[in-house]
Design a protein around this ligand. Structure first.
Ligand code: APR
Ligand code: ZN
Ligand code: ZN
Length: 361
């Protein structure tokens, strides 16, 4: 039987979000209904509300979530009712060229639940990133659920569903940061701080944090940064070179998504180093570079998509490291809030006051 629960809706472009009653159908074949316990507030939710992603309003927001599987549809074997799970954006097929070549994050046949959640008048909702978890319950494809150790707090677990995974994965998966490496992270919001924590975990010798906000640099130190550079006061490329014996960093992670920081990342790497781009630019942004500089530098230039993560491999591993006290995920949770406080959380995010506000249900 379909159920009525509360969820946070973005009704139209730039309109304030609000809590509404939503209808969650029973899970169909390959689907699961999850009782949401926590869901982080991410920039992407704000972009949905602003109409920056697409115009399929109304959206059911929220996508950094963890909870307990309530029921599963026909044919679901990987998860069962009662499992504590972290949700990911899309189930992958396991069978296409990308999946078979070990890069399922580029899967060509990803899917979400095929049934729709609706408002009580029958209006279909578009769940943010195929999740829609600012809600007491949500309907997803069973392949979007990854079972993890249930002794972790839901607020912490949910963060791995998006921003924190993107940052840690940028360091350990895409950048392949190794013991003794020098790393520079440009932009120390939630994603950059996670890249710092990931680099620390991987055994980097030096981790240079770059930001334009001293508050962010202070926080970055607590995440494992060994050096900080305020790029309002100093040229970050010069500063990174100086701190790395004149060479540049082995791995530079860009976590802002702007032309000037893409440029800094490009020039701040060691000649054989790796640039990892995790900050997402907007369609009109461009960067002009002398081709001789592009040609003259070896190493590699990579973008990181969802931290190039394999949820079934990476989520349980990172939760284990957290439970052992080797990765502090609590540090990313600035505050916990209620469903009806999401609009306020967007404001605080806009002012740079929080790493993550997490809705706890
Ligand atoms: N140079 C250095 N740091 C900058 C600059 C700049 N020119 N401009 C902004 N920043 C800093 C901000 O001060 C802030 O600390 O970048 C950080 C961005 O952090 P958040 O706004 O919290 O964003 P976050 O959630 O970390 O995401 C960063 O990664 O996955 C992408 O879409 C995401 O593009 C976004 C980026
Ligand atoms: Zn596939
Ligand atoms: Zn997100």
């Amino acid at each position: 039987m379909a159920q009525e629960v509360r969820g946070v809706i973005a009704p139209g472009k730039d309109e304030p979000v609000r809590v509404e009653t939503i209808v969650v159908p029973d899970p169909g074949p390959g689907e699961a209904v999850v009782q949401v316990q926590a869901c982080g507030v991410c920039h992407t939710d704000l972009h949905y509300k602003q109409g920056g992603i697409n115009d399929d309003f109304p959206f059911l927001l929220g996508h950094e979530a963890a909870g307990v599987v309530e029921s599963v549809g026909e044919g679901v074997t990987d998860v069962a009712p009662g499992d504590f799970v972290i949700l990911n954006w899309r189930a992958v097929c396991g069978n296409c060229r990308a999946c078979l070549r070990g890069r399922p994050w580029y899967c060509f046949n990803t899917h979400n639940a095929s049934q729709k959640m609706t408002l009580t008048d029958g209006t279909e909702l578009s769940p943010a990133l195929g999740i829609g978890a600012f809600a007491e319950k949500t309907l997803v494809a069973a392949g979007q659920c990854t079972k993890v150790d249930a002794s972790v707090s839901a607020a912490v677990a949910g963060l791995l569903g998006c921003g924190v995974m993107a940052g840690i994965g940028a360091a350990i998966n895409t950048g392949n940061v190794g013991r003794g490496d020098t790393v520079a992270v440009i932009g120390c919001g939630g994603v950059g701080d996670a890249a710092i924590a990931g680099s620390n975990l991987a055994g980097a010798a030096k981790i240079i944090a770059v930001d334009i906000d001293d508050r962010k640099l202070e926080k970055a130190r607590t995440m494992g940064a060994t050096h900080t550079v305020n790029s309002k006061d100093a040229d970050p490329v010069e500063a990174i070179r100086e701190l790395t014996g004149g060479f540049g960093a082995d791995v530079v992670i860009e976590a802002v998504g702007r032309p000037e920081t893409y440029r800094q990342a490009f020039y701040a790497r060691d000649l054989a180093g790796t640039v990892v781009l995790v900050g997402v630019p907007t369609p009109e942004m461009k960067l002009e570079l002398p081709l001789l500089d592009v040609f003259g530098r070896g190493g590699s230039l990579k973008s990181s998509w969802y931290g190039d993560c394999l949820p079934s491999r990476d989520f349980p591993m990172l939760i284990d490291l957290h439970l052992q006290g080797r990765l502090d995920l609590e540090a990313f949770v600035t505050e916990t809030i209620q469903l009806d406080e999401v609009e306020k959380a967007f404001e605080r995010m806009h002012h740079g006051d929080v790493l993550r506000s997490v809705v706890v249900l």
